[in-house]
Design a protein around this ligand. Structure first.
Ligand SMILES: Cc1cc2nc3c(=O)[nH]c(=O)nc-3n(C[C@H](O)[C@H](O)[C@H](O)COP(=O)(O)OP(=O)(O)OC[C@H]3O[C@@H](n4cnc5c(N)ncnc54)[C@H](O)[C@@H]3O)c2cc1C
Length: 360
């Protein structure tokens, strides 16, 4: 039995889904948004750039820490580079919850605290069947269900394994005092040493307010290998040893890492469906950052629906951030491969030039 009919069905209430629902809800469109996991702490460093803060007008209490510096170690050279304009660290539990509540403040948006298990295509509509036995009919289907994506599997095909990276890590629980006494102020850390990350990728240490998110991601390693490398880093590298006494929660998650720019030419939308955020593969391939693209993609997709042509989404996201993703896809294998040293020196030089220019 179909329990209800909606204009739009959004599967996934992460950043992408909530931002899309907010745009549509504000215009009074009847939206159903599904997610079984809220409130949840998505395994994520939670580093956002100023574009996210500016566009979402986030309340200050959501910004757990300002990030002005990245301290990175590569080819045995350690460099502290400034991040301009500053980034911020958020907890994905409070950040995503805030975005979802904003969308739900619009009366036309209905939240289903349920997992979508099955998607059936009819002549014009879609029927979504949930873990709680509901069947909801929607005219337009939006896949904001991250990676791997059930919607993507139904409307296109899954992102191939060669374009997926595994990321594993720990959330270390500690007091804010411990963080302030042990870590440099306003700084995140990254480690690229081949001793720990044999096949490209990096280890990050992102201090938050009362926890430290530490992880390792690589396009070419299995989760088991990555965990072994991260454990080795924590027990032997001076930066890792600071984490040893702390209580920890393990996490593992996939991240799209598209290293062929042509892959971004596959359509992300059809006449009555679209994919946004990680489900679309919209993650910067070099560093694995995806929050900005999920937010912006969600908003652009909502606007395309309001403009009456969902296929406009394609043009809009390509114009807005397509160049960034294409550049990342062209560069990622070189960045982590033989040309890594050249990229590293270029990063250091560029930072030095910028600091001279800014009179630091
Ligand atoms: C370890 C790690 C660290 C990262 N660090 C950063 C970082 O510091 N900065 C950055 O910018 N990016 C980072 N990223 C990438 C970032 O997390 C993602 O790009 C971003 O969360 C994508 O948002 P999204 O809304 O598309 O998907 P998600 O945030 O993954 O949300 C998808 C939602 O869909 C729901 N869902 C899935 N399947 C179903 C279903 N069948 N039915 C109903 N609901 C469903 C899930 O419960 C989830 O809430 C990191 C990723 C990982 C894995």
């Amino acid at each position: 039995m179909v329990s209800d009919i909606f204009e739009i069905g959004i599967v996934g209430a992460g950043v992408a889904g909530s931002c899309c629902a907010q745009v549509l809800g504000k215009a009074g469109i009847k939206v159903a948004i599904f997610d079984h996991s809220h409130p949840r702490e998505k395994p994520c460093g939670g580093l956002i750039d100023e574009r996210v803060v500016n566009e979402l007008h986030l309340p200050e209490e959501l910004l757990e820490r300002e990030v002005k510096w990245i301290s990175a170690e590569r080819f045995k050279i350690r460099s502290k580079m400034s991040i301009k304009p500053s980034g911020f660290i958020v907890s994905r539990k409070t950040f995503d919850y805030h975005l979802l509540q904003r969308a739900l403040n619009n009366a036309s948006v209905t939240f289903f605290d349920e997992k979508v298990n099955q998607i059936e295509k009819e002549e014009k509509d879609w029927t979504l069947r949930t873990s709680k036995g509901k069947a909801v009919k929607v005219k337009v289907l939006i896949g904001a269900d991250g990676c791997p994506s059930l919607v993507r599997k139904n409307v296109l095909r899954p992102i191939p394994p060669q374009f997926l990276s595994m990321a594993v890590g720990y959330d270390f629980i500690c007091s804010n005092k411990y963080i302030e006494n042990t870590f440099a102020e306003d700084t995140v850390e990254a480690y690229y040493s081949r001793k720990y990350v044999q096949k490209g990728g990096y280890i990050w240490i992102f201090p938050k307010r009362t926890n430290i998110n530490v992880g390792i991601g690589s396009p070419e390693e299995t989760g088991k290998k990555l965990k072994q490398s991260l454990d080795k880093f924590i027990s032997s590298h001076p930066a890792g040893k600071r984490l040893q006494p702390l209580e920890r929660n393990f996490f593992a998650h996939l991240v799209p890492t598209i290293w062929k720019k042509e892959y971004f030419d596959l359509p992300c939308s059809g006449s009555n469906w679209a994919l946004i955020g990680d489900a679309a593969g919209h993650v910067y391939p070099i560093g694995g950052m995806g929050i900005y693209y999920a937010m912006k993609g969600g908003m652009l997709c909502g606007s395309a629906i309001l403009d009456g042509d969902l296929q406009l989404f394609e043009r809009h996201w390509q114009k807005e951030y397509g160049d960034e993703l294409h550049y990342g896809a062209e560069s990622v294998l070189k960045y982590y491969g033989n040309l890594g040293f050249v990229y590293w020196l270029a990063d250091i030089f560029e930072n030095f030039r910028a600091s001279l220019h800014n009179g630091q």
